[in-house]
Write a protein that binds this ligand. Structure first.
Ligand code: PCA
Length: 323
């Protein structure tokens, strides 16, 4: 009887121990499940689940199904979700450093962008820590181009056009070109185009492909304005509560995901532009005249960003230009 009791107690303790240690984290993500960011996030989640032998299970929720894009950062800051993915530049209004990847025409290729990011990453990680978030990894979107429902040869053509924005920089672009900005998450983009709430926007070929924009728009101009990033972050209190071994698994899975995400983003660039063409869109580089006008606007935005971002912003840009 005594032995029986001991066995029962031991079993109960093991049971309680496992229940107390196994955790499940829901990971809200804003973009379609088939998008490469979401795919990489799902692989990252299973890497953590496997790497911790199920002690920490991460479950992804793409398409803004758990929290819409605009709510994800706050949800993780406040612990409503322990981990999430968000487009950093959508939060430039909170901290200019979040918009370091959206300074027009500072970088136009993946290589230039990665060089800028290697300098900016620790600054952005510090900014996130001030917001009670631990930065895990991030992945760039392909270069940003202009989607229109008509031919665009001169910036004048954007006057009065309803322009979907996703960040402070995209809203500013609308303002400077005389377009009318309307903030819309990618998950609601098809709807916004179908109902005429938006009739143009700046984004990657990837988002145009994901949202089948050829059903509504006719032109994509490659202008390579910038490459914005999605970051994955953990609630800082939840992070600090993890043991070191679990933190190490998350960090390693994050490094793998970052490398994989970059490769996927690069591969997706040509693929998606081709798909836009195949589906009847005119895909071409913007004319020199239009590029010149856009770059003038970019110079104004760069000055404004530097004025807002202070010493840290200047340090990043100076280091980048000195490379
Ligand atoms: N797609 C995202 C952000 C940048 C991009 O290429 C979007 O349009 O919401």
């Amino acid at each position: 009887m005594k032995l029986m009791n001991t066995l029962l107690t031991a079993t109960a303790l093991v049971g309680i121990g496992a229940a107390a240690h196994a955790e499940k984290w829901d990971m809200p993500m804003a973009y379609a499940a088939s998008n490469f960011h979401s795919e990489v996030g799902t692989e990252f989640a299973s890497c953590v689940t496997t790497g911790t032998d199920g002690a920490l299970e991460i479950v992804t929720h793409p398409s803004g199904s758990l929290f819409g894009g605009a709510e994800i950062k706050r949800a993780v800051m406040t612990g409503q979700a322990m981990i999430g993915e968000r487009l950093m530049s959508a939060h430039e209004n909170e901290n200019p450093l979040y918009g370091v990847d959206s300074i027009p025409f500072l970088v136009s290729s993946f290589d230039e962008h990665e060089m800028l990011w290697s300098i900016a990453e620790p600054y952005v990680a510090d900014a996130l820590a001030e917001d009670n978030l631990h930065y895990v990894y991030s992945v760039p979107w392909p270069p940003q181009g202009l989607y229109m429902n008509k031919e665009l040869t001169d910036i004048e053509g954007m006057k009065g056009v309803k322009f979907r924005s996703y960040s402070a920089a995209t809203a500013k672009m609308a303002e400077l070109t005389g377009a009318l900005p309307v903030q819309v998450e990618a998950a609601e983009l098809s709807q916004a185009l179908a109902t005429g709430v938006a009739e143009s926007f700046i984004s990657s070929g990837a988002t145009g492909y994901d949202r089948k924009v050829w059903e509504h728009l006719s032109h994509f101009y490659e202008v390579d304005a910038w490459l914005p990033r999605n970051a994955i972050f953990v609630n800082l209190d939840a992070w600090n509560d993890l043991d070191e071994a679990t933190q190490a698994v998350i960090t390693e899975c994050g490094a793998t995901a970052a490398a994989d995400g970059l490769a996927k983003s690069e591969a997706y660039t040509a693929f998606t532009l081709n798909e836009l063409k195949k589906n009847g869109m005119t895909v071409e580089r913007a004319s020199d005249h239009l590029m010149g006008q856009l770059k003038e606007m970019g110079a104004v935005m760069t000055e404004e960003w530097l004025a807002k971002a202070g010493d840290e912003g200047k340090a990043i840009i100076d280091a980048y230009k000195g490379e």
